[in-house]
Design a protein around this ligand. Structure first.
Ligand code: WTA
Length: 656
């Protein structure tokens, strides 16, 4: 067992569970891969020339003069002087290349309705929406808020905004009216696009009432476009509200796209901040699209004419923006768009969809994988998953056990799995194996992509030696980087560029292993200090999930008068573990001690039926900390299911 070193500053995350499995790419995969080992060296020799080459993937109406203007850091300008239209790059140019009949989306609604949408059809719909928005007075630079379920019209709405140069701000359909209102006001949107509702877990859930409620205090919103999805009754404000089918679907199908400056704002995406007001992350046009297009092609090894790609995430999350909308469409890919949850109407829904559309690339979050583990491998085992050839994960560190389960049960031990690290702020994937190049280690994001420069540093900003942990930083600007926080340059500089001068501070803990490969260890705010030792919540969660009775675990550091922080674990047992028996808590405590060391032994383990998660699948540890510290539960409005905390509390009370 490793222990924290002596001395005043023990290196973080010293007690890593040892994980030594390595899966190298197969020679067949490697021989036809889009990117090869030499891409790393090429990018290192001349990063800007490398990015200029990637920018050739797009069609520019005026070529840039300078690749990067970094004269006023940290405010970057990429492809200076270049002009392009983002929607044209995602649509019209594919029609010009004769790809109009290619499928852009196989849409699968939760109740079982489905639609196949070609590039030609998508282009027409986007032109109609652009004409309608223009008719409502939307001009380049105006912000438009989008509050929608996972339906094709959401993509149409985003691209129509992009076509007009009107930055969109997509707000999760799962967010409350307060959250929606705060975002509308912060970016001063005057138009909202929404739907009557959407389907979730077999029910029609309403969206329009939340818009109506939000707009009570948004006097500047003059128009609301409403898609009819569920057919439920909606309140109506005459003059302000317009049905999509009575406007957009009747509009002219022609619309000339105007070229905008490469640095023209494309969208604002609010991150579910832990405290304080949400941060509006600003992405601009040229560099962002270059980054999405390049990574979507390289990291997933996309063969656009044969692959069927599926990002099983919500469009209202940055993963949906970059890898449902902008990356795949700029690459003329064929994607699946699925409206609902993995267990509606049955727990094999994802695998049924993969089987039905012959999905070849699947991208999802570790939290989903752990849920599938909990449900058991016989469920995916009933479907033909033979079309899959690349698997990806994103959103949080993946426990080695979940990684291996995914590889074996979904990838049948032949499909490479890429663990991709990135953030709303980075806009594009940053650290990930390349499926044809990089040997993959379960739980490791491995290596910065060609053109991306990352490091792990200590408290003073010095690179740590191999085998040590520290903070993840990015050492060079990249094209899809956020440009600022909307309306708050100061907060942008303070949040990301002040912790270590000259370096982008990601807020994540990381470790370099003996080979120099990078392992992400969770947010640094999730790093606990237990009796002077720094421990990662992720490390302990991984140890718990490695136990055969455990499906999912979340660990928090709860204040402890003696040890600084005490480790409290919330555990969901696997279905076949029953209630785990009377001694399960003791057994799990000992297991963690055995896996990591006495120092990591949880002070308390609570067996719970569910964990509180945001719509993007992140566990809200803040709420668990409230339970652990026996405080009133804080704000739950950003939870995917706001009743979870009540269930957990009731469950604990019954068990006490
Ligand atoms: C975490 C999601 C470990 C990380 C695209 C980051 C990850 C935050 C990974 C950003 C990964 C994302 N391994 N951690 N592969 N991917 N994260 O903005 O803490 O919703 O800072 O963007 O998710 O979350 P965001």
């Amino acid at each position: 067992m490793a222990t924290a070193p002596e001395g005043p500053r023990p290196s973080p995350l010293e007690n890593l569970t040892t994980e030594e499995r390595v899966f190298p790419p197969s020679p067949e995969f490697a021989s036809s891969a889009n990117l090869h080992e030499d891409a790393y060296a090429e990018a290192e020799r001349d990063p800007l020339a490398f990015w200029a080459k990637q920018a050739e993937r797009l069609t520019w109406s005026k070529k840039w003069e300078t690749v990067l203007d970094w004269s006023n850091p940290p405010f970057a300008k990429w492809f200076v002087g270049g002009r392009l239209n983002v929607a044209y790059n995602c649509l019209d140019r594919h029609l010009e290349a004769g790809l109009g009949e290619r499928v852009a989306f196989y849409f699968e609604g939760e109740p079982g309705d489905s639609r196949t949408i070609t590039y030609a059809e998508l282009t027409e719909a986007v032109c109609q929406a652009a004409n309608t928005l223009a008719g409502l007075g939307v001009r380049a630079g105006d912000r438009v808020a989008i509050y929608m379920p996972m339906i094709p019209e959401t993509v149409v709405a985003m691209l129509a905004c992009a076509r007009l140069g009107a930055p969109h701000t997509v707000v999760f359909g799962g967010f409350s009216s307060e959250a929606l209102q705060a975002r509308i006001l912060d970016c001063d949107a005057h138009v909202v696009i929404t739907a009557d509702g959407g389907y979730r877990r077999g029910n029609a859930t309403a969206l329009k009432p939340a818009v109506d409620e939000a707009l009570v205090d948004c006097p500047d919103v003059h128009s609301v476009l409403v898609v009819r999805r569920t057919g439920q009754d909606v309140g109506w404000t005459e003059g302000r509200d317009h049905w999509w089918h009575e406007t957009v679907e009747q509009a002219d199908i022609h619309h000339d796209p105007e070229a905008f400056d490469a640095e023209h704002p494309l969208y604002v995406m609010y991150t579910s901040g832990t405290t304080g007001k949400p941060k509006g992350i600003l992405h601009t046009s040229g560099g962002y699209l270059v980054g999405c297009s390049y990574t979507h092609w390289g990291v997933f090894d996309l063969k656009a004419d044969t692959d069927v790609f599926w990002t099983a995430a919500d469009i209202g999350w940055v993963t949906g923006h970059s890898y449902i909308v902008y990356g795949p469409l700029s690459n003329a890919a064929t994607s699946v768009l699925y409206e609902g949850t993995p267990d509606a109407p049955h727990r094999g829904r994802w695998w049924e969809i993969i089987d039905k559309y012959k999905v070849s690339i699947l991208y999802c979050a570790p939290t989903a994988i752990r849920t599938f583990m909990k449900w058991g491998e016989d469920i995916p085992g009933r479907f033909d998953l033979g079309s899959l050839r690349v698997l990806g994960t994103v959103g949080e560190p993946i426990n080695p056990e979940a990684y291996v389960w995914y590889r074996e049960n979904i990838g049948h031990s032949r499909v490479p799995v890429v663990d991709t690290w990135w953030q709303t702020e980075t806009g594009m994937q940053m650290i990930s194996p390349l499926p044809g190049v990089t040997p993959a280690k379960p739980g490791a994001a491995m290596r910065a992509l060609p053109g991306v420069f990352a490091d792990v540093v200590d408290d003073e900003g010095r690179p740590v030696p191999k085998g040590s942990g520290g903070y993840l930083v990015l050492t060079e600007p990249w094209p899809a980087m956020l440009r600022t926080i909307w309306g708050d340059d100061k907060r942008y500089v303070e949040t990301y560029w002040s912790r270590f001068p000259g370096l982008y501070f990601a807020g994540d803990g990381a470790k370099r292993d003996e080979d120099g490969d990078i392992w992400l260890l969770g947010r640094v705010d999730d790093v606990m200090n237990v009796s002077g030792h720094r421990l990662s919540t992720t490390e302990i969660e991984s140890a718990l999930v490695a136990h055969p009775k455990v499906a999912e675990a979340a660990v928090v550091g709860a204040s402890d008068e003696v040890g600084g922080q005490g480790i409290v674990a919330f555990v969901i047992l696997r279905a076949d573990a029953g209630d785990g028996g009377p001694d399960v808590v003791q057994e799990l405590r000992e297991h963690v001690e055995h896996e990591i060391g006495k120092i990591a032994r949880p002070r308390q383990i609570m067996i719970v039926p569910e964990l509180p998660k945001t719509r993007s699948g992140k566990i809200m540890r803040r709420l668990l900390r409230d339970v652990a510290e026996q405080r009133p539960i804080g704000d739950v409005t950003t939870l995917a299911d706001t009743t979870v905390m009540e269930t957990i509390k009731a469950n604990l009370a019954a068990g006490a």
